[in-house]
Design a binder for this molecule. Structure first.
Ligand code: C2E
Ligand code: MG
Ligand code: MG
Ligand code: MG
Length: 289
């Protein structure tokens, strides 16, 4: 069986819980149970190399099929899960299922990558590294097929611990990306020290790029900084062709967004891939890079 890496429940009463509404506590009790009962679902969204329209990877996005409330998005439960420590079980579930999927797909799509989001809290758990190593090994999945996405928030609490953890994860052979870039504060200082291969520009700067000079300036600055540091850049939230064209002129090479595909159920990935290969011709082959 898998070695579990989540923090042991400790019985010390946390007074900050007094400020939680019953609703939040109940939701988290339901989430713990929901994880055990496989109520979580994984969606995926393709990441595209813009110029040639090649497929680079899929980002994995969690959803929760709540028995009473229906399909919940991360914004409905993630923050509370982080605050109340349920995030560790959630991350564990997501990693298990993402890596099992990579194993199931590797015969047909050996270069396909999945990108999994980690919470900043996850980096405080040293056991994550061994856990991940064991999972990859057990499923015989190459670490290079897994990307981990982290946000700047991971650096604000304990940057030294975070950078050490990132280095240890990098040493496993997985690829690291910095998500939601531009929305936090710490990264310009730490960016050079991070063992990441690319940064992702937050949706909020990209959605309306064709209408906002301010966002063009910000996205342009991020692209220039990343390129000067030898990092790749992914624009998130591309919804229109005009935005794609603008990004290409600004030197951004990769993107994600509703313009290419909305996130869809992981179970549909195989037919999606076959359809993509057929409709887009040889240029749509999975890119090894
Ligand atoms: P993110 O990692 O920045 O993911 C991108 C979000 O932008 C996703 O929202 C995606 O559905 C949305 N998006 C993609 N293309 C477009 C577009 O063209 N326009 C717009 N307006 N939005 C677009 P989602 O799935 O609701 O996830 C929200 C956030 O929740 C993610 O942001 C990530 O930070 C977090 N998250 C998702 N899954 C996980 C997970 O398994 N673990 C952890 N720790 N966090 C997760
Ligand atoms: Mg992400
Ligand atoms: Mg993002
Ligand atoms: Mg986000």
């Amino acid at each position: 069986q898998h070695h579990r890496w989540q923090a042991p429940d400790n019985a010390v009463f946390d007074p900050s819980l007094l400020s939680y509404t019953d609703g939040k506590l109940r939701l988290m009790a339901e989430l713990r149970q929901g994880i055990e009962q496989n109520q979580l679902m994984l969606y995926v969204q393709p990441q595209i190399e813009l110029k040639q329209r090649r497929l680079l990877a899929f980002e994995v996005l969690v959803r929760w099929q709540h028995p009473r409330l229906g399909l919940l998005a991360p914004e409905d439960f993630l923050e509370t899960a982080e605050e109340l420590g349920v995030i560790y079980s959630l991350t564990e579930w997501v990693l298990q299922h993402a890596i099992a999927s990579l194993a199931a797909l590797k015969a047909d799509f050996p270069t396909m990558k999945l990108a999994v989001n980690l919470s900043s809290k996850d980096l405080l758990q040293d056991e994550l590294v061994d856990y991940l190593h064991t999972l990859l090994h057990e499923h015989e999945v190459k670490p290079a097929n897994l990307v981990l996405e982290l946000t700047e928030r991971a650096l604000t609490d304990d940057p030294v611990q975070a950078i050490t953890m990132l280095q240890r994860l990098k040493n496993l052979g997985v690829e690291l990306a910095l998500d939601d870039f531009g929305t936090g504060f710490s990264s310009l200082f730490y960016l050079r020290q991070l063992p990441i291969s690319h940064v992702k520009i937050d949706c909020s700067f990209i959605n309306d790029l064709h209408k906002s000079d301010t966002h063009v300036a910000i996205a342009g600055a991020i692209i220039d900084i990343a390129r000067n540091l030898g990092l790749g850049v992914v624009a998130e939230g591309i919804e229109e062709e005009l935005v794609e064209q603008k990004l290409l002129r600004m030197g951004c090479t990769r993107g994600q967004g509703f313009y290419y595909s909305r996130p869809f159920e992981l179970a549909g990935i195989q037919p999606w891939l076959r359809q993509w290969q057929q409709s887009s011709g040889p240029a749509a082959q999975l890119s090894p890079e």
